[in-house]
Design a protein around this ligand. Structure first.
Ligand code: UDP
Length: 478
């Protein structure tokens, strides 16, 4: 009847490279799974059709197709609507077109499962309407954040007032206690639509049959143990990470010429081993002008070499995550740096506008530290490459990631809240070459790197967890 024999999975990618990259990695792992190779379709939103995203999608192996949903009208949302609200609305309003798309896909493919990511749980209704057998949530961040969202409907009912006003940190099973002000950014103002959306998602997650999480036991052991206990009404949770961006050559990719090696890689080749701190705030992060200037001076004072992905400041571009949808900086970012900085540091520093090949940079032997916004993909990429971190969180769940990394597992040192150049310099030096705290962080990260890689091997925890889920999807479970 024309339906392809290979099992196929549809994945809905809510906006942001931080969601697309790990889902594409999941699709790559499915394609080479021992079960004969599961193919995938990545379903994206029209609002994120940026050059960065298009190039990324075009570079994927042929087992992974992509299709964009038609645009939906969001013009009735207030102009200051939070990014979480926009993504959630866009997803919910796309349900009819998604149902139609999935129904169409099912006529030509053996569609065994539908996967939605953290803002996409409303799409489970579309999957159900289209008759897709299995619904799966892919949670691209960590077990701490998942625990919080799964508890959120309860917390909403029992905690009056704002999280930031709580006298005690929020303590959840297996989790490092999180001070209220560090709790997930969209939960910081309960009168906002984004807060209600997150509570809604927390409820909706229980509509999945399975939850896959891009994390691994060693980085948050107690949270993993707590979630491993089955709980009525909560889908089983499978840590399948760290899934990070990989760059193996793939003969099936013929649409793109090989991309030229980025100039920053040649620069790294000329630097001594483990001497460079890589500075990047993810796909959308930007700093206020004041912080950008302190960071520049702090890097200079630290005496360390640096490679910095610079975007124009957030007070110029609009807000802290202004670049989230397209990752392209809006203005010439170098004009906001302190006078003389570029000239003074030209022997030890390299500035790159907008975007760097981050995983390649982290894999380079010259890279010795990562000053990061603590986006979860960045954290995992750092751990996989054994790079210790300086934590400078900005938005989303980044502040609570910084808490779990510094006070929990000990893989990072956090820049103090008041972002002064001296303090920045001290923390950078500590992580790169410090004896006490810095050495402990470097040892811990080396240990986590080993454990992360072990989990991804055949028979490792992450691989076995994914195999178990796939076996269920394709009807091979015992
Ligand atoms: N990234 C990159 N180059 C950059 C900035 C980001 O390759 O200059 C990649 C990075 O490697 C990671 C993703 O974009 O895979 C960012 O995801 P993360 O979760 O760290 O942060 P988000 O962008 O969601 O805030």
């Amino acid at each position: 009847n024309g339906v392809a024999a290979r099992p196929h999975v549809a994945m809905l990618v809510t906006p942001g490279m931080g969601h697309l990259i790990p889902l594409a990695e999941l699709a790559k792992r499915l394609a080479r799974a021992r079960h004969g190779g599961v193919t995938s379709t990545l379903i994206t939103f029209a609002s994120t059709a940026s050059p960065t995203q298009r190039e990324f999608l075009a570079s994927l192996p042929s087992a992974i197709e992509s299709v964009s949903l038609p645009p939906v009208d969001l013009s009735d949302l207030p102009s200051d609507a939070a990014i979480e609200t926009r993504m959630s609305e866009e997803c919910a309003r796309s349900t009819p077109s998604l149902t139609a798309l999935l129904s169409r896909l099912a006529t030509t493919r053996r569609l065994v499962a539908f996967v939605a990511d953290l803002f996409g749980a409303d799409a489970f209704d579309a999957a159900r309407d289209a008759g897709v057998a299995r619904r799966c949530l892919f949670f691209p961040t960590n077990l701490h954040a998942l625990t919080l969202l799964l508890h959120l409907p309860d917390l909403d009912a029992t905690i009056p007032g704002e999280f930031r006003d709580l006298a005690e940190p929020v303590a959840l099973p297996g989790c490092v206690p999180i001070p209220g002000k560090d709790i997930l950014a969209p939960l910081q103002d309960k009168s906002k639509a984004c807060y209600r959306w997150m509570v809604h998602h927390g409820e909706k997650y229980c509509d999945a049959e399975t939850i896959l999480v891009n994390s691994f036991d060693a980085v948050e052991p107690d949270a993993a143990a707590a979630l491993r206990h089955p709980k009525p009404g909560r889908p089983p949770v499978f840590p399948i990470g760290p899934l990070i961006q990989t760059h193996e050559e793939d003969a099936s990719v013929t649409t793109m010429p090989p991309s030229p090696r980025a100039a920053c890689m040649d620069w790294l080749d000329r630097q001594p081993e483990k001497s460079v701190v890589f500075v990047s705030f993810g796909s959308g992060g930007a700093l206020p002008t004041e912080h950008m200037r302190e960071l520049a001076l702090g890097l200079e004072m630290s005496g360390q070499r640096f490679l910095w992905v610079v975007r124009s400041p957030s007070d110029e571009d609009g807000e802290v995550n202004a670049n989230y949808y397209d990752a392209e900086t809006k203005k010439n970012p170098f004009g906001y740096l302190p006078e003389g900085f570029v000239e003074r540091t030209k022997e030890v520093g390299l500035l790159v506008p907008s975007w760097a090949p981050q995983t390649k940079v982290l894999a380079h032997k010259a890279t010795g530290g990562f000053l990061t916004h603590c986006g979860w993909n960045s954290v995992l990429e750092s751990l996989v490459h054994g790079v210790p971190m300086v934590a400078w969180p900005l938005y989303a769940e980044q502040r609570q990631n910084a808490v779990m990394l510094t006070e929990g597992v000990g893989a990072a040192i956090r820049v103090p809240e008041a972002k002064g150049k001296e303090k920045i310099a001290v923390v950078v030096r500590e992580v790169m070459v410090g004896e006490g705290r810095g050495a402990a962080v470097r040892d811990k990260v080396a240990e986590l790197q080993k454990k992360a890689l072990a989990g991804l091997r055949d028979g490792g925890a992450a691989t076995s967890a994914l195999d178990e889920v796939v076996a269920k999807w394709i009807g091979e479970e015992k």
